[in-house]
Design a protein around this ligand. Structure first.
Ligand code: PLP
Length: 392
């Protein structure tokens, strides 16, 4: 077996969850998903598709109708793209989840030995994928300032040179909630045009954005780019439509990449399942019934959890503008993994350890606040508070 694979770090989030999964006395907020089931009409679309016998292989790049719907939706979200030009369906590939879209992009771009720069802390899958492809990973860390993680733009630009094949950036960010400002996106894009660097923008949390904006979404690289920019933007049905288990995502790429992407999909998954894509079409067609409600509820969750955490002595965090996570520092000297494991055992509280996302996030914990019942969040804070009292 390849040493690269043998040496991949196991997920520290799983390590914590394995210690408490299935235990009814543990309040679990460790994974990045809502505890609310997919809306009925979306599930019904998949059931209808199966009833109609749609059990066969589908087009590599996705059902044309879904690709067109996604292109239309992306164009509406990003009317500034290329001076107001619509995003064509020829630039969309439907994938088996956002994670597969990310992997496909990395496979398409990174040769063994290529330099890859990633902004961290970040969801560990993103950095693992570059390593799996044999990339030489360099990281540029966000800096915590009064509980908020912020980007040193000059440091990032200095790290991206003509030797950098790919920049990986996830904003709104899992775990920190950090978001890129439009000016920063413009500066990064301009710099990468000069160095010939590809940008892999993980924007799966674009709709989970709590600042008022015209398009109700976070700033995107698509707002500033042209079709042939070396840019791949990754999206997912998971978070905005409560569809984590369905494995459905998509990517937006330059038109010149589409044929190669079709080949890569053939050799990875061949296609996303048709009945799952039918569910995606239903979700997209009635997006207004789902996503605004999801976002409104998540905002209520955030606004309940963050001030309650901020009120705990020594706990440091800022309210995230986007995403579904509160990322906070606890006033203890131990490493995050130890703290998270102790919280499961001693407090019945399941959180993700910060060092799962970057070594520099040691001492931090991630709390997914996508909880249907807001009272569960308050209950969790009570458990944390009394445990911190005892652990001091
Ligand atoms: C930053 C980020 N990107 C991508 C994904 C992938 O989502 P999925 O594969 O469920 O579409 C996740 C899931 O947690 C994520 O946090």
């Amino acid at each position: 077996m390849r040493n690269t694979i043998l040496n991949l770090e196991e997920s520290k989030i799983r390590e914590v969850a394995n210690a408490g999964i299935g235990r009814s006395d543990v309040l679990a907020f460790w994974f990045g998903e809502s505890d609310e089931v997919t809306p009925d009409f979306i599930r019904q679309a998949a059931i209808d598709s199966l009833h109609h016998g749609e059990t066969f292989y589908a087009h590599n790049l996705g059902l044309p109708y879904l690709r067109e719907g996604l292109a239309r939706a992306m164009s509406l979200k990003h009317p500034q793209h290329n001076g107001g030009t619509a995003i064509g369906a020829d630039r969309i590939a439907v994938t088996s989840g956002g994670v597969s879209a990310l992997m496909l992009a990395v496979q398409a771009i990174v040769d063994p030995g290529d330099e890859v720069v990633a902004v961290t802390p970040v969801w560990p899958n993103l950095t693992a994928q570059a390593l799996i492809m044999g990339g030489q990973l360099r990281t540029v860390s966000l800096q915590p300032k009064a509980g908020a993680w912020t980007l040193d733009l000059d440091a990032l630009l200095a790290a991206i040179t003509p030797a950098t094949k790919l920049l990986i950036v996830n904003a709104p960010n899992n775990p920190t909630g950090w978001t890129l400002a439009p000016d920063e996106q413009r500066a990064i894009l301009a710099h990468c045009r000069k160095t010939g660097t590809w940008i892999l923008a993980d924007e799966v949390y674009e709709n989970l954005y709590y600042e008022p904006t015209a398009q109700a979404c976070a700033p995107s690289f698509l707002d500033h780019s042209e079709p042939e920019d070396r840019l791949v933007v990754v999206h997912s049905f998971s978070k905005s439509y409560l569809m984590t288990g369905w494995r459905l995502g998509w990517l937006v790429m330059p038109p010149s990449m589409t044929a190669a992407m079709g080949k890569l999909i053939e050799f990875n998954t061949s296609c996303a399942s048709t009945f799952v894509q039918r569910a995606g079409i239903a979700a997209l067609e009635r997006a207004d019934e789902v996503t605004p409600r999801v976002v409104q509820h998540l905002k209520a969750c955030r606004d309940a959890l963050v001030p309650a955490l901020q009120a705990l002595p020594g706990v440091e965090l800022a309210s995230p503008k986007g995403g579904m996570y509160a990322f906070f520092k606890v006033p203890l000297p131990d490493d995050s993994l130890t703290i998270a494991k102790r919280l499961v055992q001693e407090a019945g509280l399941g959180l993700a350890p910060g060092n799962a996302f970057a070594p520099e996030a040691n001492g931090w914990l991630r709390w997914c606040f996508a909880s249907k019942d807001i009272a569960r969040l308050h209950q969790g804070v009570e458990r944390l508070e009394s445990w911190l009292e005892r652990a001091k």
